[in-house]
Write a protein that binds this ligand. Sequence first.
Ligand code: 5AD
Ligand code: SF4
Length: 432
Amino acid sequence: MQKTFYIHTYGCQMNVHESEQLAGMLSKRGFIPTDKPENCDIMVFNTCCVRETAETKILGNLGIAKKMKENKPDMIIAVCGCMAQKEGNAQMLKKRCPFINIIFGTHNLSQFGEYLDSFDNKRIIDIWDKEKEIVENIPVLRSSGVNGWVNIMYGCNNFCSYCIVPYVRGRERSRDPKQIISEVKNLVNEGYKEITLLGQNVNSYGAGSDTNFASLLSSLAEIDGKFRLKFMTSHPKDLSEDVVKVIASSEKLADYIHLPVQAGSDRILSMMNRKYTQKQYLDTIDMIRKYIPHVGLSSDIMVGFPTETEEDYLETEKVVKTVGFNNLFTFIYSRRSGTPADKMEQIPYAIKQARIKRLIDLQFEIGNKQASDCVGKTFEVICEEWKDGIAKGKSSCEKAITFESKDNVYGKFVNVEITKSKNNQLIGKIKE
Ligand code: 5AD
Ligand code: SF4
C-alpha cells in the first residue's frame, strides 16, 4: 500500500504555496495525500507565528496529533515554517513535544526531502539562522487546477514594529525573472487561469538589480494565452505609478490591489514604522483610481496597537469610509516577543475586542452597499469551483460570485450578470 501524508497549513498564502512544495517533495518520494490525518504515515505542520492565536491553535492541534500517534506509533510528525523558525521555539518544541520527529525552519524548507531520505527514527532538528541562496526547481504538487501561486521574492526588510515576519523570513531577496517567467509560462500551458505572484513586499522586487516589479509585470503580461495575473502583498510606501500603469494597460493583469493600510492615525502609523501618513495612503488610492477607475481594493487593518486611543481608532474608520474597500482583513494586535511594539504601552483586550467588532460591522455595511450596487452589472468570472450545477468564482476586481451552471465550467472564463446580492454575497446568472 502506498504511504500517505497530511499537511496542516497555517497563515498566509506564502505558506499555502510552500505547503504545495512540501507536498511536491513528498510526492516525489512516492507518498500520496490523504484527507484522513489519523491514518497518515507523515503529518506535517507548516506553521505561522504572526499572531498568538495561530501559535495557540498549532499547539492544540499538535496535542491531537500526539493522540493519533499513540494509535499509530510509526507516524512521522514534522513541524516547519515560521513558528519553528522563531527564536527559542525549536528548543521549546523539542522539550515539550518528544513525539515530533523532524523540526526545520523557513530557510531550509527545500531540505525536507533529504530529511525524509535520511530519517532513521532519530530526531532531526535543523534550524538555519540565516537565509541562503534561493533554491530553484523544488517540486510542487499544486492544490488547485485553476489558481497557481508563484513566489517572486522572499523575506522582508521593513521591520514594522509589530511584525515578527522579518525575524523569521530573513532579508529580501528576489528570484531571477527568467525563472519566474518560465514558471508562469508553464502554468499557463498547463491550463492555470489565475496566477498570483507572492512576496511579503512585491513592490521591492528586484531592488539592487537592473529589474523592478513594473518591468516583471510587463514581461509576464506578454505571455500568450488567456489568463489573469495578480499579486500580493504591496506595501503602500513602495507601490509605484509605473506598476499601476502596467495594470491599467494590460488585460491580463487583474483590476485588483491588496494594499494594507494597517491603521488610520498618523501617530500610530509612525509608531508602527509604516513610513507613510494617512494622506499619503489616500493619495496613493486616488492615483490608483485615476488609472483604474473600477479597481477592486482590499486591505489589512489592525486595531488595538499599543497606546491606540478612541481618536486614533476613529481615524482608521475614516480611512475605511473614505476608500470603500471591497474587502477587509481585520486583526486584533497581538504582542510578539522580540518586536519593538511588544515593549510599548499596551491597551486592554476588551477595548481591542470592542473596536474590531465596530470595524467589522462598518465594513459589512460598506460591503453590502457595494454588493447591491453590482446588481445588473456583468463580470467576467474565472470559475474556481463547480458542484451539482452551482459554480463559484471571482471577477477581475476580486468580487466573489456564485452562479448556476448546468455545464461544468470549472477553470473557464464566463460572463456572469449579477441578479441579486444578499449579505455581501453576489449571485448571478451566465450571460450567453
Ligand atoms: N498582530 C496582529 N496582526 C498582525 N499582522 C502582522 N503582525 C501582527 C501582529 N503582531 C497582520 C498585519 C499584516 C497581516 C498579514 O497580519 O495586518 O498585514
Ligand atoms: Fe510584516 Fe511590515 Fe514586512 Fe508586512 S511589510 S511582512 S507587516 S514587517
